[in-house]
Write a protein that binds this ligand. Structure first.
Ligand code: PLP
Length: 355
């Protein structure tokens, strides 16, 4: 068995993959999930249950809609300002990495952008804390987990303006208070389901406040009015997401998985801090539970460690090119036994070096 620490796309439990494979062959009465019409009652039931489970697992209050869209988080970078940033208005963005930068770049095509703070000068190794959000901002946007750099923002910044969050890489990994947000979006492919599906949770009252007329596919209201079936939805991705949401529920839900995610992250950070060969790359208080970035004190040992880890069945730990070293991505589906396998490998490698 491989211990998959890859950053995605789509790290799901084996049992979910098995059920998904079966549904390709026979979802209902010998027909594949891929061939039945999305307008059948069977598929409408899939969307309805997925909607119900997202709301249940994240405790979404009434007055919010859950949308199953396409285009990835990257399309949301543009759709958010198109729907929430009126002519002449300014949106505030916190720049904590590449994804935040891409989000604010797209917003600039639509209106004015104010970057409240950035940690770019330190290669995004920390989350800026001292910043002010102008009270006349149309909204404030941030990225809750910075997948590439391994930082995570756990507390929603205090502000009177509507908050929008890109939760692509930590949604469903910890309990959140949805009522603090006007809009949450996430490419599904880390903790929810396969690539091709994007989840949006939007407060209904946040929409319809600006005059811009958007094309239908780029207008959240069209998707709300059509129960995420304005056009052909990504049927397979939605179905696999449903299987994974059922798995999460059977595990005890988000609060239970959060406990496991904390244990997994604490164990690995403990080893990074104890083992003299390794060091973390981020400010300790901003360390992500989902993507753990670390390097070696002696960079020449990185290749041999990577090779040794691979021999032990540990895959996907090579760091992103903009950080180097290692990145252990530990999404919901990664069992704690895999984290122990990585820790063991780090300890055995340490012993080998001492010889
Ligand atoms: N935002 C974050 C935090 C991400 O991690 C990613 C991809 O990894 C994206 C946005 C881009 O997502 P997509 O590829 O779904 O457009």
């Amino acid at each position: 068995m491989k211990h998959n620490f890859g950053a995605g796309p789509c790290i799901l439990p084996q049992e979910v993959f098995k059920q998904a494979a079966q549904a390709v062959l026979d979802f209902n009465d010998g027909l594949s999930i891929l061939e039945i019409s999305h307008r059948t009652t069977e598929f409408e039931a899939v969307v309805a249950e997925a909607d119900k489970l997202v709301k249940e697992l994240l405790n979404v209050p009434s007055g919010y809609s859950v949308l199953f869209l396409q285009g990835g988080a990257s399309l949301q970078f543009a759709m958010v300002p198109m729907n929430l940033l009126g002519d002449g208005q300014t949106a505030s963005y916190l720049d904590t990495g590449v994804w935040a930068t891409k989000a604010l770049k797209e917003a600039k095509f639509v209106g004015n952008v104010n970057v409240v703070a950035s940690s770019k000068d330190s290669n995004y190794t920390f989350i800026p804390k001292d910043f002010e959000i102008p009270t006349d901002s149309a909204y404030f946007h941030y990225t809750s987990n910075n997948t590439i750099y391994g930082t995570e923002l756990f507390d929603v910044p205090e502000t009177s303006v509507p908050v929008v969050c890109d939760m692509s890489s930590d949604i469903m990994s910890r309990v959140i208070d949805v009522s603090k947000f006007d809009l949450i979006y996430a490419g599904a492919q880390k903790n929810i389901g396969p690539a091709g599906l994007t989840i949006v949770i939007v407060k209904n009252d946040a929409l319809g406040k600006i005059d811009r007329k958007n094309p239908s596919m780029l207008n959240y209201q069209s998707h709300i009015d059509n129960d995420s079936m304005y056009n052909t939805p990504p049927v397979f991705s939605i179905y696999v997401a449903l299987l994974n949401l059922r798995w999460l529920k059977s595990k005890g839900g988000v609060a239970e998985i959060e406990k496991e995610n904390k244990q997994k992250a604490e164990a690995l950070y403990r080893e990074i801090d104890r083992n003299p060969l390794f060091k973390g790359t981020c400010a300790v208080e901003d360390r992500s539970r989902m993507n753990i970035c670390f390097v070696m004190e002696n960079p020449e040992l990185e290749k041999p460690f990577l090779k040794y880890a691979e021999e032990e069945g540990i895959v996907g730990i090579k760091g992103h090119r903009s950080v180097g070293g290692f990145r252990a991505s530990m999404y919901n589906a990664l069992p704690i036994t895999s984290v122990h396998a990585l820790i063991d490998a780090m300890q055995v490698f340490e012993e080998k070096q001492a010889k």
